[in-house]
Write a protein that binds this ligand. Structure first.
Ligand code: FDM
Ligand code: MG
Length: 201
């Protein structure tokens, strides 16, 4: 009694341009910290940003490890927020990391090992948007990894990663409809158990 309830770790996953960030901004109402992955503000995030904007090259393996390391850079912050009752919303997480690298053909066991021990989400909201709708939304195709072919593979691979704590959200609809779906899910999270760590992805 009287204890502060811990914060929730909420992940938004889905294709590029599926409106995930918009959803976050419109669904606040609690104390929320928002972390986009890749987090381009950190030292490792800056390297990833340079790669995505075609300023530097690197091997797919090195890139995969940088994406994993970039998430590790923020673990202390995530845990501090959760334990003080602040919700953390991440735009992408280990599932993007695994799905993109598997879609490129990197070895499955090696890829999936990179995020073991990361905080386990309370919920992953998977925003499903048809590729046609995604392509029509602004800015698509400017960065590396945004080709239609890779996106299609990622979409298929992502579905194989589905866990009991995933919830599918139809993101083709208008913003208000999607927002309603998100609120209903987030309002019913059970935060009585302590935050767990991922033992597999
Ligand atoms: N991406 C993102 C990965 O390939 N692996 C990862 O671990 C993460 C977090 O990076 F194409 C890809 C997904 C996307 C690109 O992401 C940049 P944003 O959300 O468009 O910034
Ligand atoms: Mg992008």
């Amino acid at each position: 009694m009287g204890e502060t309830k811990r914060g929730a770790l909420i992940i938004f996953e889905g294709l590029d341009r599926s409106g995930k960030s918009t959803q976050y901004l419109r669904s606040k109402g609690r104390t929320v910290e928002f972390i986009p992955f890749p987090d381009r503000s950190t030292p490792i995030g800056k390297l990833i940003d340079m790669y995505l904007r075609r300023e530097i090259d690197m091997s797919e393996e090195a890139l995969h490890l940088l994406f994993c390391a970039n998430r590790r850079e923020r673990v202390d912050f995530i845990q501090e927020c959760i334990s003080t009752g602040i919700d953390v919303v991440c735009d992408r997480y280990a599932y993007s990391g695994v799905a993109y690298s598997l879609a490129k053909g990197l070895p499955a066991d090696w890829v999936r090992a990179g995020d073991v021990g990361m905080p386990q989400p309370d919920v992953v909201l998977f925003f499903e948007v048809s590729p046609e709708v995604a392509c029509q939304r602004g800015g698509f195709g400017e960065e590396r990894l945004e080709t239609g072919e890779l996106q299609r593979k990622v979409r298929e691979t992502m579905k194989l990663l589905r866990k009991p704590f995933w919830q599918m959200v139809n993101a083709d609809g208008d913003v208000q409809t999607v927002e309603g779906e998100v609120r209903a899910i987030v309002d019913h999270l059970d935060l009585h158990l302590p935050l767990q760590l991922l033992d597999q992805i």
